[in-house]
Write a protein that binds this ligand. Sequence first.
Ligand code: SF4
Ligand code: SF4
Length: 168
Amino acid sequence: MASKITEAFEAVAAVARGMSVTFGEMMNPTITEDYPDSPPKFQERYRGAHVLQRDENGLEKCVACFLCAAACPADCIYIEAAENTDTLRISGGERYAKVYNIDYTRCIFCGYCVEACPTDAITHGHGFEISSYNTSTLIIRKEQMLAPIPEGAHFPLKAEAEEAPAGH
Ligand code: SF4
Ligand code: SF4
């Protein structure tokens, strides 16, 4: 009889302990994201869609060194390099990426490309709405990844804008 009473007390104590956690959480602020009605919050380290960065003059930071493509374990970065000239300067280095594609059907968002880049050109942004029923739209081109030209930047090639590839 005594052991049954002890068991009953233990069961009640266990329920009380469980409910104390439940009631404690009810008092804490809600952290559930109300997506899509309000924009979600991200940790800084979140690895979302890639962004190709520019410097303060609007020049592309990518110098087409191919290190990101070499580091990519999914082999999903495709780059075609071209030379900057006196009349057509796209990046701050000797070369720039004329074509820079990332195949998001293969990318695993590991961040190795970001770590390998010597100029901090390729970065992870916070974009996440990239799913698609049509896989042909998941080859993301440079023009879709380029950061906007900073406000007030003196882009050296403004006069030759018609010579520059789309997106410059
Ligand atoms: S995040 Fe990883 S898989 Fe995706 S492009 Fe960069 S290195 Fe390749
Ligand atoms: S993104 Fe960086 S690592 Fe990749 S080609 Fe450009 S400069 Fe080199």
